[in-house]
Design a protein around this ligand. Structure first.
Ligand SMILES: *Cc1c(COP(=O)(O)O)cnc(C)c1O
Length: 431
C-alpha cells in the first residue's frame, strides 16, 4: 500500500516509511492510497467471529500487502490481548468499554499495534529511539505498548508536577526499555524538546529517532478494529436495529478510524462526534468554517484540543464535501457542568459509572437516539483514571482496578531535566 500526504507536496511513502516517519515531510498526514471495501459475506456472518478474527480481517485490508500474513496475525492477536465488550447502560444505549487494556484507555490498542509493527520493520540488531512528550495519557499508553519490544527504547518526557500521580506511575515504574524524563517545565516545553531533538543533526547522526505520535498510521488505523467488533456485538444483542456510534473526540483520530470503517462497508447508520467546550469541530459542522483556537481546560482533559490534528484526514476522506460529511456525522458539545451532571445522573439512574469523556458520548446518544436505533458510545477510559473528579461528582469512593493499583505500588524512577535543550541533548548523546 502506498501512502500520500494530505498536503500532497511530499513523496509517496510505503508503509515502513509512513510508520517510521510518522508525519510526511510537508507536515501533512499520511493517508492510504486506497481503502478496500470488505465483502458483504464478511458482514453477513460477522457476529459469529471473535474480536481477533474480525480485527485480522480489517488489518489485512490495511496492511496485508506489506506485512506477511502470519506476522500480521501475530501482531493483531498480541495487540488485542484484552476484550472491548459492549455493555448495556440503559434502554438502547451501550458502552463500548475500551479500558480493559494495560493502561485502561483506548490508546492501548493503537500503541500496542504500532510498537509491534515498528519492531517488525527494524532490521536484526537495529535500534530505534522513540521520543514522546506527554501531558499524561499518551505517555502511559506508549510506554506500556512498547514495553519489552526488542530494539526499541522509549523516552517519555513529562512536565514535573503536572500529571496526576496515577498517570505518572504508569510510565515511571516500568523500567526495562522505558525511561521517564521529568522536565522542570510545561507540556509545551516537553514537546519543544522533542521537536528540537528531531531537528538536531548531531543527535540524528548518533541515534535513529522517531515519535509515537497519535497521527502515526500504525496508531490510528488499528482503532477501526473495535468499531467492527462493536457492530458484531450489536448484531448479536440487538438484531435488526440501526447502529449509531458516538465518539468522545479530541484530536479526532478515534472517530476518523470509525469513518474509515464505514467507508469499508461497515453498516453504521451515523456517527456523532461529541466535544467538550473545545468545540471547533461542532462549530465547523454548523457553519462550515474551521476556526482553531487555543484549548481550554475541562473535566474531560484528554479532549482539550483546539486544533484537532486529524481534521485534515476527515476532510480528505470526504473530499472536502461538507454535505457528505454532515450526512454521516453530527456534532455535540458539553460544558463541564453538563459533564458532571451526566456522570451523576447516569450513576444514580443506572448504577453505571461513566468517566468524563464517556459522559460526553452517553449524553449525546441520550439526546438524539430514535426508537429504531441502538447507540454505542466509546467509553475511552476507566473512570478511576480521573479519580478526584469522579469521586467529587458522585460523592463516593471509587474502587481502583487492580491493574492501576499494581502501577501505584511500583517504584518511581525518573531522570530530572531542565527545559534547556542542551541538557536533554547531552543526556541523549551519553546513552
Ligand atoms: C485521547 C483520548 C480521547 C480523544 O481521542 P481522539 O482520538 O484524540 O479524538 C478521548 N478520551 C480519552 C480518555 C483519551 O485518552
Amino acid at each position: 500500500m502506498k501512502y500520500y500526504s494530505t498536503n500532497k507536496k511530499a513523496p509517496i511513502a510505503n508503509l515502513q516509511e509512513a510508520v517510521v516517519k510518522g508525519l510526511a515531510s510537508d507536515k501533512g498526514l499520511f493517508m492510504p492510497e486506497k481503502i478496500k471495501k470488505l465483502p458483504q459475506s464478511f458482514f453477513d456472518t460477522i457476529e459469529n467471529l471473535s474480536f481477533q478474527e474480525i480485527a485480522y480481517t480489517v488489518a489485512d485490508a490495511f496492511f496485508g500487502e506489506d506485512v506477511e500474513a502470519a506476522t500480521l496475525k501475530h501482531i493483531v492477536y498480541e495487540t488485542l490481548s484484552f476484550d472491548t465488550p459492549a455493555v448495556k447502560v440503559k434502554d438502547n444505549i451501550y458502552s463500548l468499554e475500551l479500558f480493559h487494556g494495560p493502561t485502561l484507555a483506548f490508546k492501548d490498542v493503537g500503541a500496542r499495534f504500532m510498537a509491534r509493527l515498528l519492531g517488525y520493520f527494524l532490521k536484526e540488531g537495529e535500534e530505534i529511539n522513540v521520543l514522546v512528550a506527554t501531558s499524561g495519557d499518551t505517555g502511559s499508553a506508549v510506554a506500556n505498548g512498547f514495553l519489552g519490544v526488542k530494539g526499541i527504547r522509549v523516552f517519555v518526557l513529562y512536565p514535573k508536577g503536572k500529571v496526576s500521580p496515577i498517570q505518572e506511575c504508569q510510565f515511571t515504574t516500568l523500567g526495562q526499555n522505558i525511561t521517564a524524563l521529568e522536565v522542570d517545565g510545561t507540556f509545551d516545553d516537553c514537546q519543544a524538546l522533542v521537536k528540537s531533538a528531531f531537528m538536531d543533526p548531531e543527535l540524528n547522526a548518533k541515534h535513529k529517532l522517531t515519535s509515537a505520535n497519535s497521527i502515526n498510521v500504525a496508531r490510528f488505523l488499528p482503532q477501526a478494529f473495535y468499531y467492527f467488533y462493536a457492530y458484531a456485538q450489536m448484531k448479536r444483542m440487538e438484531p435488526g436495529r440501526e447502529v449509531v456510534m458516538c465518539v468522545p473526540s479530541g484530536n479526532f483520530g478515534n472517530i476518523t478510524a470509525g469513518l474509515f470503517g464505514k467507508y469499508m462497508g461497515l453498516p453504521i447508520k451515523r456517527f456523532i462526534a461529541s466535544n467538550n467546550s473545545n468545540d471547533i469541530f461542532f462549530k465547523y459542522l454548523q457553519t462550515g468554517e474551521y476556526n482553531p483556537k487555543p484549548s481550554v481546560a475541562t473535566l474531560a482533559n484528554a479532549m482539550d484540543v483546539g486544533d484537532p490534528s486529524n481534521f485534515v484526514r476527515v476532510l480528505d476522506l470526504y473530499n472536502n464535501d461538507l454535505d457528505a460529511l454532515r450526512a454521516d456525522v453530527s456534532g455535540a458539545r458539553y460544558s463541564d457542568e453538563e459533564i458532571a451532571n451526566t456522570v451523576e445522573q447516569c450513576y444514580k439512574e443506572t448504577g453505571y459509572l461513566l468517566d468524563p469523556h464517556g459522559a460526553c458520548g452517553y449524553q449525546a446518544l441520550k439526546e438524539s437516539l430514535q426508537p429504531s436505533e441502538v447507540g454505542v458510545f466509546l467509553e475511552t477510559a476507566h473512570p478511576a483514571k480521573f479519580l478526584a473528579t469522579v469521586e467529587t461528582i458522585i460523592g463516593e469512593k471509587v474502587i481502583i482496578p487492580e491493574k492501576l493499583q499494581t502501577f501505584m505500588k511500583g517504584k518511581k524512577q525518573s531522570i530530572e531535566l531542565t527545559k534547556d535543550f542542551n541538557g536533554f541533548k547531552t543526556y541523549l548523546m551519553s546513552i
